[in-house]
Ligand binder design. Sequence first.
Ligand SMILES: O=P(O)(O)OC[C@H]1O[C@@H](O)[C@H](O)[C@@H]1O
Length: 303
Amino acid sequence: MARNTGNYTAVYGFPESADAARRLAQALEIPCHIAELHRFPDGESLVRLPEPVERAIVYRSLDRPNDKLVELTLAASVLRRQGATDLCLVAPYMAYMRQDAIFRPGEPVSQTVVGDWLGRCFDRFVCVEPHLHRTHTLDEVFVGRPSAALSGGTPIAEHLRANGVASGTVIVGPDEESAPLVEAVAGPLGLTGIVGRKERRGDRDVTVALPPDAPIHGRPVVIVDDVISSGETIFSCARAARVLGASRVQVYGVHALFGDIVAERFVAEGLGSPLSCDGVPHPSNALSLSGLLADAIGSLCAP
Ligand SMILES: O=P(O)(O)OC[C@H]1O[C@@H](O)[C@H](O)[C@@H]1O
């Protein structure tokens, strides 16, 4: 049976994530066009999207977001001018979600600012693990716009199943906020899931404590988290798992935001390479989100 495309007739991608945009278009069986980007010597961007359609999916994650936000705004403007009546932004990684409150006087609520901004450009939104903590749903971010916040747990559970996960494996999340992801991985596989307690004192100053009675001794541990950035959360969590006697530690991060120096730390910490989803292009990408995203687009636009 043909997949429900939500009546969207094309996916528009951007050069840095062209392959993932094409995979989504392929899953939906619709064409994919890649935007032409030009960077002027003064740093301004120009976006060209020559193929007009009425209902368009725009695919782009907002890692390293500042230029991308402007370019998405320009892209939406081009598509509207060319007659688009419905624009769905598929941004597997949505930026500025972590500043969802004023933590110190004088700060903005960046999540609200960016939500309002993109809500003026796009009609619908699909994101994966959008770091909704104090804000509980994407409806509060993109007010009045239909949206879907997808769990990265399904592709991780599928990957573990396909690779023959050992029955005694324990799925570990570093903090209470990772509990839904842990459950989405452990539940379908019938595995035990536990979460730790994280204390963050600075960007790279993090300690994760696991419950001392966690049933980890002699068992393989899989740590799962929504984002890996400095890696400190994972490193601390992995150390805690080893102190409790984990027989081996494997790591999955939904969104890999780290560079080479952090990748080397993974090796130095004896963790091997973490695996990530392809929402943010990264050498650790091993899990495709295309099927999950394609299914969500159909449901988001179901009559
Ligand atoms: O510790 P690093 O990798 O810098 O940051 C990632 C962590 O910080 C949190 O916001 C994320 O949910 C994740 O647990």
